[in-house]
Write a new protein. Sequence first.
Length: 376
Amino acid sequence: MNPFKITHRDPSGARLGKLKTAHGTIETPFFMPAATKATGKHITTDDYQHLGANVITKALIANAFILSLRPGLEIVQKAGGLHLFMNFPEVIFTDCGGFQMSRGMFEQKTKNGLHFRSPFDNQKVVLTPRKIMEIELKLGSDVAMMLDDMSSYGVSFEEAKQAMENTHRWGSESLSIHQALREHYQSKQLLFGIVQGNFYPELRKESAKFISALDFDGIAIGGVAIGEPLDKMYKAVDAALPFIPKNKIRYVMGVGSPVELLELIARGIDCFDSVYPTQNARHGTLFTREGTLSVKQGKYAQDFTPIETGCGCHTCHHYTKAYLRHLLTIDEPAAKRLLSVHNLYFVQRLILDAKEAIKEKRFAEFKEGFKRNFGR
RNA sequence: GCCCCGGUAGCUUAGCGGUGGAGCGGUUGGCUGUUAACUAUUGAAAGAUACCAACAGGUCACCAGUUCGAACCUGGUCCGGGGCG
């Protein structure tokens, strides 16, 4: 049974919907901040729910494979599952660890899975579809991601094809194992498939067809926003989209910037996650309606106004640019928290506004208006 | 009044006769399913790493002299710190 229902459509292709999970129904489109290790960086799960006026983070994504290494499954299970462990009562996605593959921590890739050394204790670990499905079910997240093989930007067609075929094999295995184990664990966890294919449109098409043919609860497009130029990212998504059923929830992994979010929403994408807002915040780049600004710049040393006048976030309500710049300059961790709060609020607020626009069937206009002010 | 020490980029300083280096700060970019900072990771250890990159900052206090050549040696002046009277 499809847990996703579309409720509104905009002429642009953007849509509103509802995804039913074990921890409530969440409206789409939505953006998930990363809580890789069961927390954000400098941001607590509690902060995520108190970013500012009228904005609540409804979903987070944690990393199943990293959590399985530390603190380990037993501890999370003893805590009563991931939601209780990390004090987040809303929807939690878990990522499988496929993305970490591109980060050079894996020793070798085989047809059966991934062989690597744990970054924590250097133990050899093998990750297989069965293992990752067990891990995700034991963690108790609402949505599990299948184990995929993500190739890096710039690899050859052959290499991309190989990774895609691994992804397909692991996808089939993940699905059947998950279906079997879901009963055993008495879980209502959803499982999403992941389309790969790098930046070769014919592979994207093939992958979209293959993954869509399997009975996943949602379809993700992975392997984008990994260093490629923007137009290539859109092309990769566009190559896959026609072959993904419209009635399933569609998730583009790893995106992104405010403009990218709107561009993908216009294409009918419902779900996102990215580190982009928080990583930029930590490095001093803040989002405003008029574009980005870098509080590190000396010109803000005596600017006693908020990052963005009229912003409803906690940070803009209580702190000035001069103060935030001071904190950042002396490397106080509080700066990273306060700046992250602003950027996360900005993105969540943007999605809320986008939803309003879709409801009123004026999304294209809304998107162009935003781009005009924001730039890029 | 005398003696000692010092004056090198916005700040802290290395260089001590052969065409001015560094760290911090500054400026400008970049960050997209985060192994990415206050205590952690890695290493047997000494240690190493703390987001990355590029760029811009200097008549080496001043004036004379010695020398082929002076931030560097000599004399004087000014400024700062300390000591003795």
